[in-house]
Design a protein around this ligand. Structure first.
Ligand code: ZN
Ligand code: ZN
Length: 127
């Protein structure tokens, strides 16, 4: 299998699994869905890093464990559940002027951010 085909599968699998998987998790899904693929974990890692460097996907910083990857490159925040470790998207309109206000107050120029809330998600609250 050639490189671009491998990258296509990786990106496609990430896009259809909007759960901010780690490379390991994404690798499992790819293996489950494509039993005869020869994609290895190292290939998944390499391609995710490359796609993140290219700005096609986003690497989520600020999480305590392994790197998570996000196909959604639009402005949004994250919530990480302390129990199930799932990462959810939070729309940035919960705090529409956050960046503006921060720039005003500090005088810093903000080029990007990784805002991650921690807590217990709805599913885990029911248990
Ligand atoms: Zn949870
Ligand atoms: Zn996200």
């Amino acid at each position: 299998m050639n490189y671009s085909r491998q990258r296509e599968i990786i990106l496609d699998t990430l896009t259809r699994n909007a759960v901010h998987p780690t490379a390991e998790k994404l690798f499992q899904i790819i293996r489950d869905e494509n039993p005869d693929t020869n994609i290895g974990i190292a290939t998944v890692y390499r391609n995710l890093r490359k796609l993140a460097d290219m700005g096609v996907i986003k690497r989520i910083e600020g999480l305590e464990d392994a790197e998570h990857f996000d196909h959604n490159t639009h402005t949004h925040y994250h919530f990480m559940c302390e129990k199930c470790k799932k990462v959810y998207d939070i729309e940035s309109d919960v705090a529409p002027s956050l960046i503006e206000n921060t720039q005003k107050q500090t005088g810093f120029i903000i080029n990007g951010y990784d805002i991650v809330y921690h807590g217990i998600c709805k599913d885990c609250q029911d248990v």
